[in-house]
Each structure stands twice: as C-alpha cells, then as structure tokens.
Design a protein around this ligand. Structure first.
Ligand SMILES: Cc1cc2nc3c(=O)[nH]c(=O)nc-3n(C[C@H](O)[C@H](O)[C@H](O)COP(=O)(O)OP(=O)(O)OC[C@H]3O[C@@H](n4cnc5c(N)ncnc54)[C@H](O)[C@@H]3O)c2cc1C
Length: 463
C-alpha cells in the first residue's frame, strides 16, 4: 500500500463503501481502513444481514412447523453463508475499483495523518487530503449492567449465543427490540418485552402500532409498557431484571436493546476540533462535513436515520461533495421504514396523527390482505395496506402497511408519493391495470375504498 491518498475512508459498512466507490469512480486515489479482517461493516457481520437472515429462517420454520433441537445456534450458523457471500462480493468491489484496503483500527494523529493498528503487524501511518469517517455505532451499555456475564447480551453478542434459552427478556422496545421479540417468539421462547415508553414504535401510524401490539401479544409476547429497570442481577442460571415499579422479571437470557452510541472513542477526533453530540455521534453539516471541512462523516456515526439504506446514499453524497465541492442530492424527504417484525411493517410519508395535528383534510383507504386472492393463495392473510390521501387533491400523503412482504409492497406507494404535482395522485392506483393475483393489487383495492368514502360523503352533500 502507498502512504498518501486523495481520500481515506474509515469503516467499510454501507456508508464507507458508498463513499469509497463514488470517490474511486470519480478518479480519486482511495484507501479503505477497516478494523475487522473482513469488509462489509457491522451491517453485514453483526446487524442487518444476520438479523434478517435469522428472521427469514425462523419465518420458514414457522411456515413448515419444522422445529428442531439446537435451533438457535443452528440458525445462526446458516446466516454465516449469506454473510460470507455478501462480504466476498464487497471485497470484489474494492479490488475492481483499485481501492487499497488496510485492516486495523484507525485513529487520527493530525489533520491529515491516521495511524492504523492491527495486532498482527506494526502500526502504519497513512496520509490523505480528505477523509470520510463511517465507523458506525455500537449498542449502548449502561455502566450498572454487567455485559461480561454470558447471559446478558446486546444486539451484537446475541448472535454468538451458543445456548438454546427457553426464555428471554428484551429491555428496550424500539425497532431492534420488537424485531428480536418476533424472532425469539418465533423460536417458541417465552419473551418479555420491556418498553420504557407508553406504546411501541411511536413514530408509526397508530393503527399499525395497534396491529403490531395485537399480533405480538397474540403470538405470546408479554409486553410491559412504561417500565424502567432499577437493577439487573445475573447468576449461573438466568437473569433477573428488577423494575422501578417493584416487578421482577426472570428469564434465561437478557437482551439489552436500548440505544446506540457512535464508535468515536480513541480516534483523536476531539483533539482535531470535531464536535460530538451526547451520543458520541459526529456533528456534520448538510454536506456531511465535520468542523474540519476535509473530514466528512456518514452513516450511523452521524445519527438519524441510522439505516443501512440511508448510509450508502450519505456516503455517495459526501464523496460527491468532496470531489466536486458541491452536491445537489440529499436524502429523500420521506425515508421509508422497514421493520422486520412478524408480521413485517413498512411505511412512508405522514401518519394520521401528523395529518390531524397539521389540520390537513385527508381520507383513508384500506385493503385487508385477507380479501386479496394472492394473500389467500400464499396463506398470508394477516395484514393491511392503508393509504392516506388529500380529500381535495387526492395527493398521496402516507402509505402504511403491515403483513408479509410489507417492506417490498411499500415501494409502489413510495414511487407515487415521490412524484411532483398532479403525478402524485390516488387515481394512479385506480387507472392502472395491476397483475392479478398480486399483493400490489392491495393498492387498487385501498384506493377504491378511499375514493368510495369521499364519494359517499359527496353524495350526501359536502358542505
Ligand atoms: C439489530 C440491527 C438490525 C438492523 N437492521 C436494519 C435493517 O433491516 N435495515 C437497515 O436499513 N438498517 C438496519 N440496521 C441499521 C444498520 O445496521 C446501520 O444503519 C448500518 O450498518 C450503518 O452503516 P455504517 O456505514 O454507518 O457502518 P457500520 O455498518 O456500522 O460499519 C462500520 C464499520 O466501521 C468499522 N470501524 C469502526 N471503528 C473503526 C476504526 N477506528 N478504524 C477502522 N474501522 C473502524 C467497524 O469495524 C465496522 O465494520 C440494523 C441495526 C441493528 C443494530
């Protein structure tokens, strides 16, 4: 490897990869530094890919009723194959684009020099004109919980559980907590889901929140809202969570899923004058520049939206700005949410709560999966698509879906919602011929349902 580059990217998750590829394609001499021996980031090795593979395998097991002993370690092992394919493919991207990869932990020595430390070799120094920091985040560990105990795990270490617990307590009912509640309940464990708030995933539409709560409970997840831990005590046989409300919850394993922290420790960032927020994320401007304009930061280490999907785009935008001094592209206004609970949830745009608060005259159109031929054929009749649209202009304002394939189905609605002017209209779904039988047909059904509501109102005589 050389020692001087135009751009050095730190961290090979989707954010770092997006930045490295864009800079290389624009002719820059680029190096990637990654502290782990394989590229792909936490996304590939510890978070998105393993959790989604695990979920898919469990869904298959639920469908076939084929439960076997030793299931969790076995299912986790099968995720290794997908992780291996993803990582190998990504390594190929670096090779093809002539991006040097240095494995080791990077820290800044000065504004243009980093040192990369790797237990297998001597520290090496590299210099660059510009940097993109894409080091991601890790699970937050409160200091009074003993994460060295083998029965207390977080969303990273849960993937190396070698036992087959019969019960689990999940502390934190955000997206990760709810996804793992579905996963473990799918494995037929007793699941306690402890929520520090008064409802699940408050950013979703209320009807979807109700549906999620109903289905988690219906499947046997015990949800406790408005609870906070007082202390956590673990022994050789299990973990007890003492709640401030005087309840105690005992289970074989505790999964802590409450918050994430930027991986910015011991990187020499404060010494360079970079600003960090209370979660140790790097503060950046709209072009992803830190307080030092030649040092960019993207992905989870800059906080919201903390999604693999967005991280890749942020990386590309940062590299565009780095190369051209300007970047016209920004993340879309409405980033879709894909939540891989069982059933799956996805939404884009505004919720009924937001529209009501903003006094927007809207109407709702529903399509229940149980009435769709494709859902009946596939045996996936749990679910619903809900369209929110402007009563007068028929503009689509929000699309909310739960049920099988929700995170795929949502993109049809997203494509129309993103259109400008009259092209964003409920009428698209009514005037379009959809394949039959498909889940996409839900859009036509929901649109007609919504339009009929307006028509019924108008026939009575709109004021
Ligand atoms: C359980 C779970 C499930 C998720 N599921 C989804 C999902 O379904 N869809 C979705 O869009 N998002 C999902 N996410 C979020 C997604 O994982 C992150 O948004 C994404 O990984 C962020 O990418 P990134 O580029 O910021 O970095 P990361 O993927 O976090 O990678 C950062 C890399 O930087 C490396 N690194 C760190 N410090 C250094 C250093 N000093 N020197 C060198 N290298 C370093 C790390 O080793 C790591 O490889 C999930 C997250 C969790 C926790």
């Amino acid at each position: 490897m050389n020692n001087h580059y135009d751009v050095i990217v730190i961290g090979s998750g989707p954010g770092g990869e997006g930045a490295a590829m864009k800079a290389a394609k624009e002719g820059k001499h680029v190096a990637m530094t990654e502290q782990y021996p394989l590229v792909g980031g936490n996304c590939t090795h510890r978070t998105t890919i393993p959790s989604k593979t695990l979920r898919q395998n469990i869904q298959q097991m639920i469908d076939t009723g084929n439960y076997q002993d030793g299931t969790l370690p076995m299912l986790l092992e099968s995720a290794e194959s997908v992780i291996g394919q993803q990582s190998a493919m990504r390594r190929g991207f670096y090779e093809r684009n002539r991006i040097d990869v240095a494995h080791g932990r990077a820290a800044f020595l000065d504004l243009h020099t980093i040192e990369v430390r790797n237990p297998d070799s001597l520290p090496r120094q590299y210099r660059a004109d510009a940097f993109v920091i894409a080091v991601g985040a890790r699970p937050y560990h409160p200091p009074d919980v003993d994460f060295s105990h083998p029965l207390i795990v977080d969303s990273d270490t849960v993937l190396s559980l070698q036992t087959n617990p019969r019960s689990i307590t999940i502390y934190g009912a955000g997206v990760i907590g709810c996804e793992y509640a579905s996963i473990f309940r799918g494995l037929r464990l007793k699941v306690n889901l402890i929520n520090t708030r008064d409802r699940l995933l408050a950013f979703l539409d209320d009807e979807i929140i109700d549906a999620l709560s109903y289905h988690l409970r219906e499947n046997g997840v015990l949800i406790r809202h408005n609870e906070e831990y007082d202390k956590v005590v673990a022994d050789a046989a299990g973990v007890t969570v003492y709640l401030k409300s005087n309840k105690t919850i005992r289970s074989d394993v505790l999964l802590w899923a409450q918050g994430r922290t930027g991986n910015t420790d011991r990187m020499g960032l404060e010494e360079l004058g970079l600003e960090l927020d209370s979660r140790r994320n790097i503060v950046v401007n709209e072009c992803y520049q830190s307080a030092q304009p030649h040092i960019y930061a993207v992905g989870d280490v800059v906080g919201y939206p903390s999604l693999a999907s967005a991280a890749y785009d942020q990386g590309r935008f940062a590299a565009t700005h780095l190369v051209f001094g300007t970047c016209e592209d920004h993340l879309v206004k409405y980033i879709p949410t894909g939540i891989y609970t069982i059933p799956e949830i996805s939404s884009v745009g505004l919720t009924e709560r937001e529209l009501t608060a903003n006094r927007v005259p809207y109407e709702v159109g529903h399509s229940l999966f149980r009435n769709l031929a494709r859902a009946q054929i596939a045996g996936r009749t749990t679910g619903m698509l809900k369209l929110l649209f402007h009563r007068e202009t028929l503009e689509i304002l929000g699309v909310h879906c739960f049920g099988s394939q929700a995170s795929e189905i949502i993109h049809i609605g997203q494509a129309i919602l993103a259109q400008k002017g009259e092209a964003n209209s409920l009428m698209y779904f009514i005037n379009t011929t959809f394949n039959y039988p498909t889940m996409a047909e839900a859009y036509r059904v929901a649109a007609l349902n919504g339009l009929n509501r307006i028509a019924a109102f108008r026939s009575v005589g709109e004021p």
